[in-house]
Design a protein. Structure first.
Length: 346
């Protein structure tokens, strides 16, 4: 793997996918890692968890990326920055439906600022956290990277569509700049050690933390958002993928850029397992691996939800030599291990 001493900047390093990616970077490469995170939706404790797993300390810059002046000041001091992995963004579909301006401001202003920094500091390698939500409701499944985007189903999804265009156009304008857009399907699960995982503030929006918190008795009951969709059991279909597999793909994408293996200035990859799983099947897997009944009920549909989506991942497997290692049961058991760990930690 990589063997240098330059620095990779990770925005949103205390977040769910950012922290798992830092763990893989520290374990698989010799790069220095600097995180930027203002803990607006995360906790500083994450860095203790990363240290417990890797034995390494990570420097975090507590800066709001929407504040260009503060960002310039902080990143100007980083030694030999050669790449940025940009995770920091808001990511709740329902919250974005209720407060679109929050999403347009935070997700777009921060991206523009971070690209300004790339230009100013001549940072040539950039990875952008995109989402399968860019595809919207599609006619043909599974989706390939060439599938045409439909209308975004939520402002969150729209910020990802816009973000991809911004990165692509910026890349075209800068001859030395290279970028990768990673379209995540549904990242779930926790580090296999059980020491790091998703840490939602307040009531979670996403399915898996909602399941584990219900099983732990923190929440009373899970509501399945609709069982009258045109799918095999009526509930929505998603491509759940283990967060450590997603993190590993980032290290490979970084290698790909730094070692100049990319064929285009901007490369796009679907990060999914290729398997569509319904909400009821996900619950079934959780109940099986944890040997407990989950308290759930069927409720109305959730606004902004895509009915069914899963990835064709042939291209990423070939180009990045990447294969997801974990299956649905692994995702559910690791998520539960993390939930139990959190209880013990308190
Ligand atoms: C969406 C995006 C995904 C993005 C993620 C960030 C799509 C297709 N995907 O994921 O790219 O990374 O937001 O948050 O838009 N559900 C319930 N009950 C609950 C919670 C969820 O039934 O309490 C159902 C949802 O209706 C959905 C599935 O579980 O069918 C997954 O939902 P969630 O975990 O919120 O992720 P997405 O909305 O699919």
């Amino acid at each position: 793997m990589l063997n240098q001493n330059s620095t990779i900047i990770v925005t949103g390093g205390a977040g769910y996918i950012g922290s798992h990616t830092i763990i893989e970077l520290l374990q698989q490469t010799n790069y220095n890692v600097v995180s930027i995170d203002n803990f607006s939706n995360s906790t500083a404790k994450t860095f203790e968890r990363i240290e417990a797993i890797t034995g390494k300390q990570v420097k975090n810059l507590n800066v709001d990326i929407c504040n260009l002046e503060a960002l310039e000041l902080a990143l100007g001091k980083v030694k030999d920055p050669i790449g940025i992995i940009h995770f920091a963004a808001f990511k709740s579909v329902p919250q974005s439906v209720g407060d679109p301006l929050l999403y347009y401001h935070n997700n777009i202003a921060s991206l523009v600022n971070i690209l300004k920094i790339c230009k100013k500091l001549s940072i040539a390698n950039f990875i952008f956290s995109s989402s399968c939500s860019v595809y919207g409701n599609v006619e043909k499944l599974p989706v390939t990277e060439q599938t045409q985007f439909s209308v975004a189903e939520s402002p969150y999804a729209h910020t990802k569509q816009m973000g991809e265009d911004i990165v692509t156009n910026f890349t075209k304008s800068e001859s030395k700049f290279k970028s990768v857009l990673l379209r995540y399907f549904n990242p779930v699960g926790a580090h296999p050690s059980g020491f790091n995982g998703e840490y939602p503030r307040g009531r979670p929006d996403n399915l898996v933390p909602y399941i584990t918190q219900t099983a732990a008795g923190i929440l009373q009951k899970l509501t399945v958002f609709g069982d009258d969709y045109d799918t095999r059991d009526g509930s929505c279909i998603r491509d759940y993928i283990h967060v450590s597999d997603i993190a590993d793909a980032h290290v490979r994408a970084l290698n790909y850029l730094i070692e100049n293996k990319q064929k285009k200035a901007t490369s796009v990859f679907n990060l999914g397992t290729g398997v569509g799983v319904s909400v009821l099947e996900a619950i079934g897997s959780f109940e099986k691996v944890t040997r407990q009944k989950l308290n759930y009920e069927i409720g109305p549909r959730r606004p902004g939800d895509v009915i069914s989506i899963y990835a064709n991942n042939d291209f990423v497997k070939k180009e990045l030599d990447w294969t997801p290692k974990y299956n649905l049961d692994d995702m559910m058991s690791s998520a539960w291990k993390w939930q139990v760990h959190l209880k013990d930690e308190q």
